[in-house]
Design a protein around this ligand. Structure first.
Ligand code: A3P
Length: 300
């Protein structure tokens, strides 16, 4: 259905430093940038569609010592304030993510999709912990495409071929995957950053959850650890109304188009990329990631 310019989904998005963000985020940018981080904060950082919800549930399960009922206290979007969020329905109508964070007792667990370049500066001075999850660019791109399709508030992604070019150009919300991942990877030794990979979490969830547990300064029994592995599996989280976004109205996320918990696999890009697109992407990847030591697993 054609939309008038006023009603167009695009109208709700603006840019900061060339990076598309929600217009409401941009309109509240000074307040977001002035956010005061604290030394005992833990900030979950991801490029969109990299397994944010998954790592949030893992972190909350660890924080609650494996108590499933406590993790059912609220939907995942409300458990960890999303610092750059500035419009309904998340965290709650008309309340800024930074306001939610300010109301939260310490030690706080917060979430962001911001690149290093856009993060409120107090985070760098606070010496707090950062937990970054990276996902291989091709699967991330595919997941984001389906999210764009089902989201009723993001711009229309167009066809796969059109979206392919948009993603490469970095004109997607929260900007370029390449700049985001590179930025966080390059500073990983300068700050308290635990850098994880979605593919490692799929391959050996127990080992990766253990790393998170140690990073959070927790020491949980083997039995609790096993329970966290089970409870945070894709199958469990897909059925869990606190994590599967089923409480979000269809006018915002239309899960009949594509479910939020879609496939949860490594290598789905092979079902989307043509041979030519794959070659083009690999060449662009080589150029944009030149000089970095980061290495992604593309299939399991
Ligand atoms: P797919 O679209 O490839 O299925 P985010 O939370 O950052 O928006 O990321 C969403 C992606 O993570 C989706 O990928 C979703 O299915 C996947 N995901 C969510 N929970 C998961 C889990 N427990 N295990 C594996 N993947 C998960």
């Amino acid at each position: 259905m054609a939309l008038t310019p006023e009603l167009s989904k695009q109208a709700k998005w603006k840019e900061i430093a060339g990076i598309p963000l929600a217009a409401a985020t941009v309109d509240n940018w000074n307040q977001i940038q002035a956010f005061k981080a604290k030394p005992d904060d833990l900030l979950i950082c991801t490029y969109p569609k990299s397994g944010t919800t998954w790592i949030q549930e893992i972190v909350d399960m660890i924080e609650q010592n494996g108590d499933v009922e406590k993790c059912q206290r609220d939907i995942i979007q409300h458990r960890h304030p999303f610092i750059e969020w500035a419009r309904p329905p998340q965290p709650s109508a008309l309340k800024l993510g930074v306001d939610k964070a300010n109301e939260m007792p310490s030690p706080r667990i917060l979430k962001t999709h911001l690149s290093t370049q856009l993060l409120p500066p107090s985070f760098w001075k606070s010496n707090c912990k950062f937990l970054y999850v990276a996902r291989n660019a091709k699967d991330c791109m595919v997941s984001y495409y389906h999210f764009y399709r089902m989201s009723q508030v993001l711009p229309d992604p167009g066809t796969w071929d059109e979206y392919f070019e948009t993603f490469i150009s970095g004109k997607v919300n929260w900007g370029s995957w390449f700049d985001h991942v590179r930025g966080w990877w390059e500073i990983r030794d300068r700050y308290k950053i635990l850098f994880l990979f979605y593919e490692d979490m799929k391959r050996d969830p127990k080992r990766e959850i253990q790393k998170v547990m140690q990073f959070m300064g927790k020491n949980l029994d083997e039995e609790v650890l096993e329970k966290i592995v089970q409870e945070t599996s894709f199958e469990k989280m897909k059925e869990n109304p606190m994590t599967n976004r089923s409480t979000v109205p269809k006018s915002i996320l239309d899960q009949s188009i594509s479910p939020f918990m879609r496939k949860g696999t490594v290598g789905d890009w092979k079902n989307h990329f043509t041979v030519a697109q794959n070659e083009k992407f690999d060449e662009i990847y080589r150029q944009k990631m030149k000089g970095t030591s980061i290495n992604f697993c593309m299939e399991l």
